[in-house]
Each structure stands twice: as structure tokens, then as C-alpha cells.
Design a protein. Structure first.
Length: 151
């Protein structure tokens, strides 16, 4: 008799617990959300300056060639100064990353090293010129670098 009365209460408690667990999540799971990536992509526009990079206030998109060459598809890009999210897409099987360095050579941000994947980082940019490059030995020397201008 006692067990049959407790069963509905136990099921209700479990349902509430599962409902609360479904609402939670960590930042890593949220950053992998494809809808978040879609909304970020919709916010980008083509850069007016040569180089073909995409930029808006707060976001730049960089990519590497699918063949794994030591290059970025955007040798130059620009954005407004402030908090900027750098999205990097590497479709190649060869690993690449993006390191962002200020004019004094200080690293101010970097992405994860990825292959056949996307990653991003957020940096605080003051007006000026920055260099971005791949940190894998030999890649920057092979030409995998670019210029970022913050206005």
C-alpha cells in the first residue's frame, strides 16, 4: 500500500529533475549549437577593402583552403575596435589555428587548433593593425598569415 502511494510522488520528482537538467548546459555545448553559428553568419557582411574577409562590428570570419595549403582565404580583413569574435573554419584535414598579435608582437588571442572543424575566440581590439597567423611550425613561414585592421 505504501509503495503504491509513493510511486506517483517519485515519478513526479524524477520528471521535475529531468526537466531542470534539460534546461542546464555548459558553454561548450552552447558554442556547438548550429543555430548560434547560423545567427553569427547572418550578421557578417563582405569587407569593403580587398582581401575578401568578412567583418561587421564585433565579428570577423576567417577560413583556410580545403586543400590544406599554408594560407588563409582572407589575407586582409577589417573590423571596428572593441570586443570582436573571430570565427575560423578549417575544412582541411591538416590542422590550423589563428593567433592574433598586436603591433608589439604580443599575442592577444588565439583559437583552438582544428582540422575539418570550426572554432572561435573573442578578443578586445584597440584601433590599429594586427597580424594573424597559424602557429603550427612552418605554417606562418610558408605564408599562412594575414593583416587585421581595427578602426
Amino acid at each position: 500500500m505504501f509503495r503504491t502511494r509513493m510511486l506517483p510522488a517519485l515519478l513526479a520528482a524524477l520528471a521535475i529533475g529531468f526537466g531542470l537538467a534539460a534546461c542546464g548546459g555548459d558553454d561548450a555545448e552552447e558554442s556547438d549549437d548550429p543555430t548560434a553559428a547560423e545567427s553569427t553568419s547572418e550578421a557578417t557582411t563582405e569587407t569593403q577593402a580587398g582581401g575578401g574577409g568578412s567583418a561587421t562590428a564585433g565579428t570577423i570570419d576567417l577560413s583556410a583552403p580545403a586543400d590544406g595549403s599554408f594560407a588563409y582565404d582572407q589575407p586582409e580583413t577589417s573590423t571596428t575596435a572593441g570586443s570582436v569574435t573571430v570565427n575560423f573554419d578549417n575544412p582541411a584535414a591538416l590542422s590550423h589555428d589563428v593567433i592574433i598579435e598586436d603591433e608589439s608582437g604580443t599575442i592577444i588571442g588565439q583559437t583552438d587548433l582544428v582540422s575539418q572543424d570550426k572554432t572561435s575566440t573573442t578578443v578586445d581590439l584597440q584601433p590599429g593593425t594586427y597580424t594573424y597567423y597559424c602557429d603550427v611550425p612552418g605554417h606562418q613561414g610558408g605564408g599562412m598569415e594575414g593583416t587585421l585592421t581595427a578602426e
